[in-house]
Design a binder for this molecule. Structure first.
Ligand code: BGC
Length: 720
């Protein structure tokens, strides 16, 4: 026992007194020594769940259990070890952080890091080791059920946000579990569908976020996805897990399966899975990575060194996050005012102004005395609905609460306006149900009455987490619950009608856009969502979010639907649009979107000066331009830089995002913005050479306020 204690002390001490290389070697040999003392049974028990969210350690050697928690919206409430029922704790209230779409529409990398830090501190306070986040699958279709959790349709924005998030999170002595690796872009048939996508497409579109998470974010763990890729399940996919993740990218952590995503013992063991996690079966001995794995080693199908490697991957991570040395470990904090502030900051910067004709917004607090607050989403909470991970939180400020808190003395006339309604069905669940699109005349009547007696009417429409949910893709773009009818009636009753959409994915908002003068987009935006919205509506915060996804005019305009390849099935889905995902498709095929990628207005205006390109040196393209706030309120602008290569040797999108920056400008202020673009970002994946290739020649540099609002253009010449 004393010897084991000394080994653990040795593991902890290596940091302090050795050089990096010898440090690595020494701690590796300490880990090897520890593994040398384990029985096969002890090792294998570290490789499978022994509860819904934990796997065993080895008590006699001082190795604790590995404890994980969901997930993207905040640290999930504690559930019972062997069932999904709440554990009933009273100290597991957490901050509800804005969902993926909220964070990504800030385009703010500092906020991404703060988000990672805050959620990491909360997870530590709950004594967790692994946070099952961030969820970073690319948004391939507007209908994807988990779009609200994911970030974007663009691989560059995706990786830029993910790296600081992972770094911030892991700095709290936590492991990120980046999910879902990989090419898991739909919920329909997610447990079996075989994704076929060509090599360039996966390298340029779907994998960069994971690659950056590993190489730049040093992510300690990955979650293997439910689906198959090129015939093999992701938990036993040699190409994805061994060739790409470990051999090419140098990943040193562990791969944990999605819950119930394992289908074999020997193949999963050989092809790169480290830990099996599950959902239904509570007899943990019956799992693929339990007794069956011991047997596979005993009968020679799996070598014990393969088991040792897996244990080593886990111990490596445990050492890095100080799980083996609790004295050094960060303790974290939960549900603090600081974390609620992060949730507020992200929400405030995520809100997108989509229309503001006649400058109805921002509302003037000294003029507006009565407000009709209309819509189910004015009072609905989104922390914990639908299938999948939510957050048990003490604080969720709804839009209604936010307005009441901001203006306790104003008259607020509330009307529900529309109700969630589903058609009769025999599905034994509450989420993903067939939607009833019929209007509710009584509720509309009440809403009209409220609108008539108020100075302004604000309709909070959109969806909720029963409509947008894990395990089910949406059926179409149509807004649920006849909201357009409601909005038309309210607008007819009060010309000062503003619509705020609360949702996590694109819908057809054309009818609403045409009806009202002011339209705002918000998300499932966390604990302080309502405060942030009230501040944006009344101009204390100038909206600065921009869309991380394209809104199509109609579903068939979206690439996966234009190519009739979503959701595919019954066995295979083939990504026919290839590299032309999102705006890449719309721009290349000259299809007009409804709202383009990168779009978002402000209460002020920004002027872009001429772009100049300096010498290309040290692999960097340096751009600079002046950006001026020409309006009367302070604001933030997201300057977007797209590149385009004409006459390329290979198919290319008309333009691709390669850099962006968010500039904070006082009214009237002008700043020179300098932006660096690594030449390597211009590379395409050369399939024949199995390598990235930067083409020499001229590239167009397009600088703008959205993918369709290019303000300045120049050329840069690259000699490789
Ligand atoms: C989801 C994962 C989640 C896991 C555990 C699965 O259904 O796909 O994202 O982390 O459940 O809750």
């Amino acid at each position: 026992m004393i010897r084991n204690f000394l080994i653990l002390i040795g593991l902890a001490m290596t940091y302090a007194c050795t050089t990096p290389n010898s440090e690595e070697n020494k701690s590796e040999s300490n880990i090897d020594e520890l593994i040398g003392q384990m029985t096969l049974e002890e090792k294998v028990h570290m490789l499978h769940g022994s509860g819904k969210f934990n796997s065993d350690g080895v008590e006699r050697l001082g190795i604790p259990d590995l404890k994980s928690a969901d997930g993207p919206l905040g640290v999930r409430e504690e559930i019972q070890n062997d069932s999904w029922a709440p554990a009933g704790w009273t100290n597991d209230f957490a901050t509800f952080f804005p969902a993926g779409g909220g964070l990504s529409s800030t385009w703010n990398l500092e906020l991404a890091e703060k988000y990672g830090v805050a959620i990491g501190e909360e997870a530590r306070a709950r004594d967790k080791d692994v946070l099952l986040a961030p969820a970073v699958n690319l948004i391939r279709s507007p209908l994807g059920g988990r779009n609200f959790e994911y970030f974007t349709e663009d691989p560059f924005l995706n990786k830029k946000l993910t790296v600081p998030y992972v770094l911030g999170l892991q700095d709290q002595d936590m492991a990120a579990c980046v999910k879902h690796y990989a090419i898991n872009n739909q919920e329909t048939l997610r447990g079996s569908i075989d994704v076929q996508a060509d090599e360039r497409t996966i390298r340029e579109m779907y994998l960069p976020v994971f690659e950056a998470a590993v190489k730049e974010g040093k992510a300690y763990s990955m979650m293997s996805a439910y689906n198959r890729f090129r015939g093999e399940y992701l938990s036993e996919n040699d190409y994805m897990l061994n060739t790409i993740l470990r051999d090419e990218w140098g990943f040193k952590g562990f791969v944990m399966s999605d819950w119930g995503a394992v289908h074999s013992t020997v193949e999963s063991a050989q092809y790169g899975l480290d830990i099996e996690m599950g959902t239904e079966l509570d007899d943990y001995d019956e799992w693929y990575f339990s007794e069956a794995l011991i047997e596979a080693v005993n009968n020679g199908e799996v070598s014990e060194s393969v088991i040792d490697d897996k244990v080593k991957n886990i111990l490596y991570v445990m050492k890095e996050i100080n799980a083996l040395d609790t004295a050094q470990r960060k303790e974290g904090s939960i549900n603090t005012p600081e974390h609620l502030q992060v949730a507020y900051d992200v929400a405030a910067e995520s809100i997108i102004l989509l229309k503001n004709e006649g400058y109805i917004l921002p509302l003037k607090a000294d003029v507006v005395n009565s407000i009709a607050v209309i819509g189910d989403n004015a009072k609905r909470k989104h922390a914990n609905q639908g299938f999948g991970a939510g957050v048990k939180t003490k604080t969720e400020v709804t839009p209604y609460d936010g307005l009441v808190a901001k203006f306790p003395s104003k008259t607020i006339n509330y009307a529900q306006g529309y109700a969630e309604k589903y058609l009769p069905n025999d599905l034994n669940r509450s989420w993903g149900l067939p939607i009833d699109y019929s209007a509710d005349p009584e509720l509309i009547k009440e809403a009209v009455a409220a609108a008539k007696k108020s100075d302004v009417a604000i309709v909070f429409a959109g969806s909720n987490r029963l409509v947008e949910t894990e395990a089910e893709d949406r059926k179409g773009l149509k807004l649920p619950f006849a909201q357009e009818e409601l909005i038309k009636a309210v607008k007819a009753a009060n010309p000062n009608t503003i619509v705020v959409m609360v949702a996590g994915a694109p819908y057809d908002v054309s009818g609403i856009h045409a009806t009202v003068d002011a339209l705002i987009w918000s998300w499932f935006n966390g604990s302080r969502a309502g405060d942030a919205l009230a501040d944006v509506l009344f101009g204390d915060v100038n909206p600065s979010g921009k869309l991380p996804v394209t809104f199509p005019k109609k579903l068939e305009d979206s690439p996966a639907h234009a190519t009739n390849s979503f959701p595919g099935g019954p066995d295979v889905v083939s990504y026919e649009e290839g590299i032309l995902i999102g705006y890449r498709w719309f721009d290349t095929k000259n299809v007009e979107p409804f709202y383009p990628f990168g779009f978002g207005l402000s209460y002020t205006n920004f002027a872009y000066g001429e772009v100049s390109v300096g010498e290309v040196s040290n692999g960097m393209i340096k751009l600079s331009l002046d950006v001026t706030n020409t309006g009367e309120s302070d604001g933030k602008e997201i300057v977007q830089v797209y590149f385009s290569k004409e006459g390329s040797d290979v198919e290319r999108a008309a333009k691709e995002l390669k850099a962006f920056t968010k500039v904070d400008l006082k009214a009237g202020e002008s700043k020179t913005v300098t932006i660096e673009v690594p030449v390597q970002e211009l590379a395409y994946y050369d399939v024949a050479a199995s390598d990235w290739k930067v083409e020499s020649g001229e590239y167009k540099v397009l600088v703008g306020a959205s993918s369709r609002d290019i303000r300045e253009e120049t050329l840069v010449s690259i000699n490789e």
